[in-house]
Design a protein around this ligand. Sequence first.
Ligand code: FMN
Length: 384
Amino acid sequence: MTDIDLSKPLKFAYWVPNVSGGLVVSTIEQRTSWDFEYNRDLARIAERSGFDYALTQTRYAASYGADQQHEATSFSLGLLTATERLKVIAAVHPGMWQPGVLAKFLITADHLSGGRACTNIVSGWLRAEFDGFGLPWFEHDERYVRTEEFIKILRGLWTEESFSFHGKYYDITDFTLRPGPVDVPGRAHPEIFFGGNSTAARGAAGRATDWYFSNGKDFDGFAEQHHDVSAAAAEVGRTVKFGLNGFVIARDSKKEATETLREIVAKAHKPAVEGFRQAVQEAGASTKDKKGMWADSSFEDLVQYNDGFRTQLIGTPEEIAARIVEYKKIGVNLILTAYLHFQEEVEAFGRDVLPIVREMEADLAEKNGTQLRIEDAAGAKVSA
Ligand SMILES: Cc1cc2nc3c(=O)[nH]c(=O)nc-3n(C[C@H](O)[C@H](O)[C@H](O)COP(=O)(O)O)c2cc1C
């Protein structure tokens, strides 16, 4: 725990349900909608409840039951203009965008939102989308070669004048974007997140990104990723921050929470989960060392399509808070959450779980000779 800064409060994010079907592939009741009105209200609830970020998903075609989808960058912009403090992270595939066009788009989004635009660079797994659009589908590790170049170009165009980059996939010559991103203290440019968990992903993330998103993991699984990404970053003199995905089932008793999990899995939409298992063979499972997302996922894991049950944020608010703080001790900086009933449960998380997390973080900091800078927590700003 020696290199963990315990004075920094954990950050909290939620998955934007901008695709239909909710965040679990199950016929259990989910009081969640993918339309804009629901999501606008959800974003406002989230920022009132102490959340820092919302993460949109990029999906162009039906899969795992997500039959309808809203496009990520335009949806994110809608949420940014409907809120005041929430940062919105738009997911983007390098294979679908030219980096200069995205850099420009995000600068404008940043200006429209007072410096709250962020992006999540994802290398993809749903080959059918690329094949259907007539776009090349690269072999797994090659996707990350392109992704690393893509991120370096975003950063270069956001921070330098007359920026040039001559790589394997992109040629940028003497380009200056005006205006640049909004000048926000403590931030060099719009924050860059990264979704991808294989060995190639860990290397690229370490060398290029600001934030690395882990899919759902137990303590050992997260620690392994933290080690690999940090080592790749250290080799080039960088550091990376870490987000961890977890599906939250907070109930009055552990028994009630566990029963809800059992019901989600019992009512899983089996053909959709099976179809998803087939499609994600294009991810980590297709690599030589078979490391990466979904490479060792069980049926139950795949019901929450980012392995969110593995993080085990399932129990009473106290139990969940305690587990979240254990993850902080091993290097998690941000918890990315999903729920069955987003609006109600985001609010309940802010009311019931977050205050306990803050108390535990303050205790932990004090025991280690420092103080939690609570003024840096999104919730603190809300109540101030
Ligand atoms: C937090 C997170 C969010 C992601 N969001 C998307 C997304 O919106 N669209 C998408 O096609 N893939 C998304 N992915 C999946 C990645 O594109 C990638 O296929 C996956 O992480 C597997 O990576 P790997 O092959 O390196 O293990 C996401 C991954 C993570 C961890």
